[in-house]
Write a protein that binds this ligand. Structure first.
Ligand SMILES: C[S@@+](CC[C@H](N)C(=O)[O-])C[C@H]1O[C@@H](n2cnc3c(N)ncnc32)[C@H](O)[C@@H]1O
Length: 437
């Protein structure tokens, strides 16, 4: 019998989770996804500019990612909930250091949060929680989203998904069990277990192969050591099937709107013709999602859910909303801007419209509407089409520039003192946060 980890309802809670920013949860991206579906984003007043909103981050970790959004929207309110007091202490310290007063944090679990009436929100974000907590916490989390989301509000839920983790199931079970017999901090026990599996592999661990070790090794080159205890040591580690999540959400009054993964914007980019023809025969939207998960060996999903009936926008209003949103090049992605590797093969889109958009972004963010206005050759459809491709890797929608964001000062504070390196995988800019890597 090994020594138990410190756990909260199956969630390993001994070390703090590394600070993370996720651009698929940024309201700028969520709004873009909604407008594509002809659905009104929560903060868009009909016929007017967008208005202040409340964003709730459930399982917010150390809150730094949410705080970058709070810095981006000084007139909106941000609430972080996390069960680990260490995370919430760090979040409050970061808010103070960054000089932000529009964020509040609660060190409570989802069950306790369900008893409160002050967590109403227009946007809810939940990243990396659903597949790492036990069944009770999962049910509480979904009930909490259903209760807290205001009518017309949206929740973006990111989770490890099947079938992409099938090969890792037996690996994770063995890794966790060996780690329980190890000594030291959880991340040291993770390293110990990993080396033990590496040592035993030649003996014939029949359901584990070198590909699983190779995958972890490639992630170790990119992610901090403490991340791995959170990823692999939970008792409740259970990557989710999309129909299960969509069904559970529906029982709490939440309708699935669409995937918010950039690679799922356009199925013609990621699926072969025969796969798309097969999908065209499928009327059931949940089966459709699951089939795409299978066609792409999906391992991570970000789903957008809406409370109540979506407020529909007509085509002209949706397009106008999309044309007005600035887009920015992603730093470090200047190589091969017109080429994408997808499960369907390599897509090349080196054409005059793509070059026009890419060059227009060279000096900073630009709206598709501005590109259309400056072009005699291309219309809105051409330019938005280019952005579909650039969104997969090379560019992101951002907010209009705002001098009140104090971005340079906040960005400087994200450089860790004493050579610690960057505190988070993001830069802060006058247009909001930008993810690194
Ligand atoms: C993998 S971390 C993700 C953190 C953050 N969302 C991110 O992606 O950077 C999962 C978070 O969920 C929190 N958590 C786990 N179980 C919880 C519960 N029952 N109630 C509230 N928070 C919980 C953990 O403390 C942890 O901060």
């Amino acid at each position: 019998m090994g020594t138990a980890f410190a756990e909260i309802d199956g969630y390993v809670s001994e070390t703090v989770y590394p600070s993370s920013y996720h651009d698929t949860l940024n309201p700028a991206w969520t709004d873009e996804c909604l407008l594509r579906e002809g659905v009104k984003p929560p903060r868009l007043a009909p016929g007017a500019e967008s208005h202040p909103f409340t964003l709730l981050d459930l399982g917010c970790g150390d809150g730094l990612g949410m705080l970058l959004l709070a810095a981006t929207h000084p007139d909106s309110h941000f609430i972080g909930v996390d069960v680990m007091p260490e995370h919430i202490d760090a979040a409050r310290q970061s808010a103070e250091r960054l000089g932000l007063t529009n964020a509040t944090f609660h060190a409570i679990d989802f069950g306790q949060a369900l008893e409160r009436d002050d967590l109403g929100a227009d946007y809810i974000i939940v990243q990396g929680v659903l597949s790492w907590v036990g069944a009770t916490a999962r049910e509480q989390l979904m009930a909490l989203i259903g209760k807290s989301l205001r009518p017309g509000g949206v929740a973006s839920i990111g989770y490890n998904a099947q079938p992409g983790w099938l090969g890792m199931l037996s690996f994770q079970r063995l890794l966790r069990q060996i780690a329980l017999t190890g000594q030291g901090a959880t991340y040291e026990r993770f390293e110990f277990a990993l080396e033990e599996i590496r040592r035993m592999l030649p003996l014939g661990l029949r359901s584990i192969g070198p590909e699983q070790l190779a995958m972890i090794d490639s992630h170790r080159a990119l992610l901090p050591a403490k991340y791995f205890a959170h990823e692999y040591l939970h008792e409740s580690w259970e990557p989710q099937w999309s129909p299960t999540v969509i069904g559970q959400a529906a029982r709490h009054g939440l309708s699935f709107v669409r995937s918010a993964r950039p690679e799922r914007l356009r199925e013609d980019f990621i699926l072969r013709r025969a796969q798309r023809e097969e999908l065209a025969q499928v009327a059931d939207p949940v089966l459709h999602e699951l089939l795409v998960d299978h066609f792409t060996a999906c391992s991570f999903r970000t789903d957008i859910y809406m409370k109540g009936d979506p407020v529909r926008l007509d085509e002209a209003a949706s397009e106008a909303g999309r044309l007005a949103r600035p887009w920015m090049r992603r730093p470090g992605r200047e190589d091969q801007p017109f080429e994408l590797a997808t499960p369907a093969g390599t897509i090349r889109f080196d054409n005059p419209a793509a070059r026009l958009v890419w060059d227009a972004m060279a000096q900073g963010p630009v709206t598709p509407g501005e590109v259309v206005a400056a072009s005699e050759e291309f219309d809105a459809v051409d330019i938005l089409n280019v952005l579909d491709a650039l969104a997969m890797r090379h560019a992101v929608p951002v907010e209009p520039a705002c001098p009140r964001r104090d971005a340079a000062r906040i960005d400087a504070l994200l450089d860790g003192a004493g050579g610690e390196g960057r505190l988070i995988n993001a830069w802060m800019t006058a247009w909001g946060p930008l993810r690194q890597g």
